[in-house]
Design a binder for this molecule. Structure first.
Ligand SMILES: [Zn+2]
Length: 158
């Protein structure tokens, strides 16, 4: 039998435990990461979750950094104002660019970030600029260790 977290052989010593709502068989060394510790603030599992969230955000930003072109920060208002100026309803705008009305209203509320394709269609349709050129973006990666870190890696590093 192997520990499902670190992969170490642990015949006879492995115990089932809940890790992050997933049932896993853990060796005595990893059992501390199972059910019972996750309520403790700053436990390894909490740290790991925030690392994942942060690296996901960075990944999303990276796409735009490579192109040195970013969506303007107030794209939601820019879309709404331009649409109103053109006297279009959300339905009409959606029809014109081939997107559902729900997509338009979510974008105007800032709930949905328009994809490059949709943003370009909006720029053309509404005669606005949704992208801005970013001169030089300093990488925001405070720690490269947070990139693609798995729970098992995290524990190994300790
Ligand atoms: Zn283990």
């Amino acid at each position: 039998m192997q520990c499902e977290l670190c992969g170490n052989e642990c015949s006879g010593r492995c115990k089932p435990a809940m890790v992050d709502k997933v049932k896993m068989v853990l060796c005595p060394r990893c059992i501390q990461y199972g059910e019972g510790v996750k309520e403790i603030q700053g436990s390894p599992i909490h740290v790991h979750k925030s690392l994942v969230r942060r690296s996901n955000r960075l990944k999303e930003k990276d796409v735009y950094e490579k192109m040195n072109i970013e969506l303007i920060s107030n794209w939601d208002d820019a879309i709404k104002d331009a649409r109103k100026q053109k006297g279009l309803t959300r339905e009409q705008l959606g029809f014109n660019i081939g997107e559902p009305t729900g997509t338009i209203s979510k974008m105007e509320k800032g709930e949905l970030r328009p994809s490059d394709k949709v943003a370009k269609k909006l720029e053309k349709e509404l005669n606005i600029t949704l992208f801005e050129e970013v001169k030089k973006v300093t990488p925001q990666h405070t720690s490269s260790e947070s990139q693609g870190l798995t729970l098992a890696d995290f524990i190994k590093k300790k």
